[in-house]
Design a binder for this molecule. Structure first.
Ligand code: SF4
Length: 367
């Protein structure tokens, strides 16, 4: 396992700097059984959904890791695991060396990791003015007047002492930082466009001076032109504040723009993890290739393209062996019975028997 962990560490962090986020063999199950009485009467067993299964990766400080995959592949469950909204069923998730389970116990820890949600319409309280929405975490964490280096006790005391004026000034600064203005704090969320609402969500996330932002499809509800503006804002904020991102999206073009490394998920497992240039130039896993083939060919290169074939299997009864085998044009008998593990291949990690056995060549040869 340590060889694999060494391999998935981004070059930026090999210089003996501990990754900010370490996910080691993490799994998360959900009990989706019918009610107990129904099960007893109908003699049904418990039904367990393995939403995330044996996933490992790290994220270096200042890095953006993109996570892609079709709906239901476990991306959003990973997002919630990383900010402590769910506890892992198995494995470990460390934030700066501390288990994320500590988020529930320590406000000081919770302050350091925040989340931006997909739907800016649903994630903002429609009855609150924008000023109150952004001030809420400031009041809770006392971050308006305390530096990030203060102790927990300092922060608790400062929180109580934080004056309305200092909070007001911080809200103004946050609104300016995300491209809005101080006058916007007296408005309600419905008075803004989708892009502006996502900027408000970002300002709220930044209020506690976090180091790590988990962005769960933050631009997928926005128009394409607005998406670009929000992505540029996120890049600028990352540069200025030294933020670390986990960026989840089903849109490969968006991930290509913002990520340093990309992880590809299929049915709760990571199937490929590679630096962005390598993943887009030479995708290894057949599923990654399928996803890239699905991007519309606007440049009309004339390259033969393979449509994304088949449906994602029922996650309650995933296929044995490689879960991708019913859709994979390279599947053989081994693929149907033996689950592939993540193994190094060049600069990437990939879970595929075909790659391991040398049956699948570089992308150019397969076209
Ligand atoms: Fe295809 Fe086999 Fe690789 Fe799975 S392990 S992606 S079925 S070649």
């Amino acid at each position: 396992m340590s060889a694999v962990i060494d391999h998935i560490v981004h070059p930026m962090q090999r210089a003996a700097v501990r990754p900010l986020v370490e996910v080691v063999n993490a799994g998360r199950n959900f009990d989706v059984s019918p009610p107990w009485l129904n099960r007893v009467i109908q003699r049904q067993p418990r039904v367990v959904l393995r939403a995330v299964n044996d996933v490992s990766f790290t994220i270096a400080r200042g890095e953006t890791l993109g996570l892609v995959g079709e709906s239901g592949c476990g991306k959003s469950t990973i997002a919630r695991l990383l900010v402590g909204l769910y506890a892992p069923t198995s494995g470990n998730i460390l934030f700066d060396g501390v288990p994320v389970s500590q988020f529930a116990k320590s406000r000081a820890m919770r302050r350091r990791a925040q989340m931006i949600f997909q739907d800016p319409y649903a994630s903002l309280n429609p009855r609150w003015r924008v000023g109150r929405i952004i001030a809420e975490p400031l009041k809770l964490h006392g971050a308006a007047v305390v530096s990030a280096s203060g102790t927990n006790a300092d922060r608790e005391a400062a929180s109580a002492a934080a004056s309305d004026a200092s909070i007001d000034a911080r809200v103004d600064a946050l609104l300016v930082q995300v491209g809005l203005g101080p006058a916007d704090k007296s408005k309600y969320p419905h008075q803004f466009s989708g892009g502006q609402r996502q900027r408000i969500s970002i300002a709220r996330a930044l209020a506690t001076q976090p180091e790590f932002l988990v962005c769960d499809e933050p631009t997928s509800a926005l128009d394409v032109s607005v998406q670009a503006q929000v992505l540029n804002l996120m890049k600028t904020l990352q540069r200025e504040l030294g933020l670390t991102y986990l960026f989840i999206s089903h849109n490969l073009a968006v991930v290509r723009y913002i990520a340093d490394r990309v992880g590809v998920m299929y049915l709760g497992r990571l199937v490929e993890l590679a630096p962005k240039p390598a993943l887009f130039a030479n995708p290894l896993h057949p599923y990654t290739r399928m996803l890239l083939e699905a991007i519309p060919d606007l440049e009309k290169t004339g390259t033969a393209r393979i449509a994304v074939a088949g449906e994602v299997p029922n996650p309650l009864a995933p296929p044995p062996g490689c879960a991708f085998h019913p859709r994979c044009p390279y599947a053989n008998e081994r693929c149907k019975v033996e689950r592939p593990e993540m193994k190094p291949h060049g600069v990437a990690l990939v879970a595929c028997h075909g790659i391991e056995e040398g049956r699948i060549g570089p992308v150019a040869e397969t076209h």
